[in-house]
Design a protein around this ligand. Structure first.
Ligand code: LLP
Length: 418
């Protein structure tokens, strides 16, 4: 059962009612369910029982320390893409030996930090990065464990903005160049070839492209073995989709089983980098209707959350269910649910059939992934509070920003500037 369900006509997060959360912490406010996070991780770990494996949560989806903490306590590792994320996961208590470092633009400073800490693996995305990592590792007297992120050139059949495994994408090394680069890597003194990595896109609803990519990667694994380069792990990336509206998202079993079958006879540790699937449906954005503005052509419900909080509808045209916290009786009207930001693209949902009154609370669902993480301060709007519900308790896990904090790093020109 979803952790967000109605009890006596009032939407709850686990055992805490959303009106209580709004009264305690204000709106807009992100609400996460601990149970939901744990259940999502368990689903992966169940399928991987008895298999040498590690689920490395893709931190970019939601990097709140409490989210990282909940997952780390259950044995998750982490997939990071910056020094910032590295510092976050360490602050949350992560084990360095369970961290993989992805991303196309790792700086020298980021490499130094990760090498000093001693992470599990660098997912290298270019020839230039390979060379740089070798130099940086040498200068620190360390050996860098690496895998190459191979671009298998398969079509993930998802939104073009989140498709990453095609030739035209900036990610990974071209399939045809991978062998040459691996040979090069094997000859570099300060690198240790450890695995192979592949991530083809996000919000995939069909397991087939994952298997297609794996087939191609395994051809490389065999070619490398014939060359005497034996890999220890295979990182299958992230990308498994969730239900936002009425999509049929595959079960973790349906996603993993075909791939695990292909890996059964092999001595390869399995790494995964799920992001959205672990957190997406474990969070919602709680908002209050400020004004109703019915019109001739459209009806606008102006709420206190906006595109600076949740950018996905404006950015990708993404759908998020919008649910009244305490449903009302009456005739539903189609409402465009919009924020106060000065952009026509500032909408959270369009044409939603709802019965509304000013002051009502609405829950924007499936807002655990790429939501708070992609928020901004546009229009000088402080970022909303984040609350983690755990059974009957609601913990404030990030307090609302203050306006003073928004300009705390700025200053006016000096008095003598004229
Ligand atoms: N590994 C790598 C190397 C990635 O680039 C990503 C996501 C993941 C793992 C996790 O993918 P997931 O399991 O969450 O699909 N902002 C977009 C999604 C961007 C995904 C970026 N990379 C959105 O809101 O839909």
């Amino acid at each position: 059962m979803s952790a967000f369900a109605s009890k006596n006509g009032v939407l709850h997060a686990e055992s805490v009612s959303l009106p209580d959360i709004a009264a305690r912490f204000g709106t807009p406010c992100w609400v996460y369910s601990r149970r939901s996070l744990e259940t999502a991780l368990d689903e992966f770990q169940q399928e991987l029982l008895g298999i040498d494996s590690l689920v490395c949560y893709a931190v970019k989806a939601n990097s709140n320390l409490a989210v990282l903490d909940v997952l780390a306590r259950r044995g998750a590792g982490f997939d990071i893409v910056s020094a910032g994320e590295l510092q976050r996961v360490l602050a949350a208590g992560a084990d360095p030996r369970q961290i993989v470092f992805s991303g196309v633009g790792k700086t020298v400073a980021e490499m130094e930090l990760a090498l000093t800490i001693g992470i599990l693996c660098f997912n290298v995305e270019s020839a230039g990065e390979l060379e740089r990592l070798n130099t940086v590792a040498g200068s620190l007297g360390r050996t860098a464990p690496i895998s190459l992120r191979v671009n298998p050139d398969v079509d993930a059949r998802t939104h073009p903005y989140v498709s990453t495994g095609l030739k035209e994408n900036k990610f990974g090394v071209a399939y045809e160049e991978a062998l040459t680069l691996y040979r090069q890597a094997a000859g570099l003194a300060n690198l240790e070839v450890s695995g192979i990595d592949c991530h083809i896109g996000s919000q995939l609803l069909d397991p087939a492209p994952f298997s297609e990519a794996l087939d191609k990667v395994l051809v490389l694994v065999d070619q490398l073995a014939a060359d005497g380069i034996v890999l220890h792990h295979i990182d299958l990336g992230g990308g498994l989709g969730i239900r936002y509206r009425d999509e049929e998202a595959p079960t973790v079993k349906a996603y993993l089983l075909p791939m695990l079958a292909k890996l059964r006879q092999r001595q390869l540790r399995v790494l995964l980098e799920p992001g959205r699937r672990l957190v997406g449906n474990a969070g919602l954005l709680l908002t209050r209707v400020e004004y109703l503005k019915p019109g001739e052509v459209k009806n606008f419900a102006i709420v206190d959350a906006a595109m600076n909080d949740l950018a996905r509808p404006a950015l990708y045209g993404s759908w998020h269910d919008i649910v009244p916290v305490v449903p009302r009786q009456g005739a539903a009207l189609p409402w465009d649910v919009v924020g106060p930001v000065c952009e026509s693209g500032d909408f959270l949902g369009r044409g939603r059939e709802l019965v509304l009154a000013a002051g009502d609370l609405l829950a924007i669902m499936s807002a655990g992934a790429y939501s708070m993480a992609m928020s901004s301060n546009y229009n000088s709007r402080p970022r909303a509070a984040e609350v983690m519900v755990d059974g009957t308790r609601a913990h404030l896990v990030r307090r609302r920003e203050t306006v003073e904090e928004l300009y705390a790093l700025e200053q006016r020109l000096p008095a003598d500037a004229g």
